[in-house]
Design a protein around this ligand. Structure first.
Ligand SMILES: N[C@@H](CCC(=O)N[C@@H](CS)C(=O)NCC(=O)O)C(=O)O
Length: 239
């Protein structure tokens, strides 16, 4: 059994998708970030780092002590290697394509999307008198540049690395949560990909199970973002 320490957010939802896609048995353990539970090691499987997602695998390959790990990209790679799915093992070129797009997500889509979300949604609530326009414009521009590359790639291949992989699972929640300001019309290949990934039964099942738990954190169901009450989020850095 795998425990996923859970809050409703894109970095966590990518792991929900992977667990469903890979057919793994898992338990979602809700963590209340407003009470700082994510920083209490006794509440997150003993992990040293208090940002979510974190998983604890009681049944690792080869047996022995449970594996506790954080960082969503490392978790996706761990699960893919555990199950032998969605990350090619033998074909060095195919494997590298997946890792390239996975790390691209972790280094770009995640952190830039996190900042964009902050300046779109939280800054106006937390600091209503602060002139947010420069920061917001900067991250909107960076977000569009990331989507441009994604759109180009998805014009050549059905999924980011050719076949559907953990790289697509990593990107899906972010693209689903954060459409560009003018919508996805300028990125038709991304739009097509979003539609295809969203329709996968495992993806539908992952979100249904996750959204059934209301952890009071950011969530988005087809464009409608739910913002938390002022104060709850001041310590949260989503990257
Ligand atoms: N790079 C990390 C980012 C993790 C992260 O920022 N998690 C957020 C939720 S999406 C969190 O736990 N925030 C609480 C905090 O920073 O206090 C990953 O991809 O796992």
């Amino acid at each position: 059994m795998i425990t996923l320490y859970y809050v409703s957010s894109p970095n966590v939802h990518k792991v929900c998708i992977a667990l469903e896609e890979m057919g793994l048995a898992y338990d979602l353990q809700p963590i209340d970030v407003s009470k700082n539970e994510h920083r209490d090691r006794s509440k997150v499987g003993g992990a040293k780092y208090g940002r979510l997602p974190i998983i604890r695998d009681e049944d690792p390959v080869g047996g022995g002590e449970p594996v506790v790990t954080f960082e969503s990209g490392a978790i996706l790679q761990y699960l893919a290697e555990k199950t032998g799915q969605f990350l090619p093992q033998g074909d060095v070129r195919a494997r590298q394509q997946v890792l390239q797009w996975l790390f691209w997500q972790m280094g770009g889509i995640g952190p830039i999307g996190g900042q964009l979300f902050h300046f779109r949604a939280f800054a106006p609530v937390i600091a209503p008198d602060f002139d947010n326009s420069y920061a917001k414009a900067r991250y909107e521009k960076m977000w569009s540049a990331l989507l441009e590359l994604m759109n180009e790639q998805l014009g050549e291949t059905a999924y980011l690395a050719g076949a559907y992989s953990i790289a697509d699972m990593a990107c899906h929640p972010w693209i689903d949560y954060l459409p560009p300001e003018a919508g996805l019309d300028a990125f038709p290949n991304v739009q097509r990909w979003l539609h295809d990934v969203s329709a996968r039964p495992a993806v539908v099942a992952a979100y249904a199970r996750a959204f059934a738990l209301d952890t009071g954190y950011a969530r988005n169901e087809k464009g409608a973002s739910q913002f938390p009450a002022e104060g709850i989020f001041q310590h949260v850095v989503v990257t």
